[in-house]
Design a protein around this ligand. Structure first.
Ligand SMILES: [Fe+2]
Ligand SMILES: [Fe+2]
Length: 184
């Protein structure tokens, strides 16, 4: 197994979260009521699984290794990916602020929708670029020894950031939301 395969598997789960977010946005736009507890769980997934763990592994472990083995950071794909992580964080921050406020307020709903849509669009194409361009490029530069080290570092980060076994809980969180929304 390659370290980027682990991250690509996580991409598939993040894409399911993006689909859920999209459905929630559509409901809000159609003025249907949404379950705020579900939205809170989804935002927890986005902040913890997608950002802290997944982007954490890329920023702290994978990208620096790719850089070490010859992929330039500035002016190259790594720099673009890092910038997109930052833009994503701004969208999430805005979604968090407005999800915590009263949801009856029209201007606030509008801001939530705009940031939610921006996030879905940004992250979908970000994932595509990593899967198809950056990851294959970087994998071509590293040895099996480096791969093993990367995977060990991924595990350590995960344990440090969220604790052992919590990762699984986030897969179940997404399954639960899909079930509640009647998708898949
Ligand atoms: Fe990324
Ligand atoms: Fe990623």
């Amino acid at each position: 197994m390659k370290p980027t395969e682990i991250l690509m598997n996580e991409h598939r789960v993040i894409e399911r979260a993006l689909k859920i977010l999209n459905i929630m946005i559509e409901k809000i736009e159609a003025e249907e009521s949404i379950n705020l507890d579900m939205l809170e769980r989804l935002l927890d997934f986005i902040q913890t699984f997608a950002d802290k763990c997944h982007h954490g592994k890329e920023e702290k472990i994978l990208f620096p290794t790719f850089e070490k083995y010859g992929l330039p950071k500035e002016g190259g794909p790594i720099g673009v990916m890092l910038m997109e992580h930052e833009i994503g964080r701004k969208y999430v921050k805005m979604m968090m602020v407005f999800s915590k406020l009263k949801f009856g307020d029209k201007p606030q709903i509008k801001i939530f929708i705009e940031n939610g849509k921006g996030y879905v669009q940004l992250l979908s194409q970000h994932i595509m670029k990593e899967d198809n361009i950056l990851f294959p490029m970087g994998e071509g530069l590293i040895s099996n020894e480096v791969r093993i080290k990367l995977m060990k570092d991924f595990e350590d980060l995960e344990e440090r950031e969220i604790g052992k076994g919590i990762h699984e809980r986030y897969y179940h969180l997404i399954e639960g939301l899909e079930r509640e929304l009647g998708i898949n």
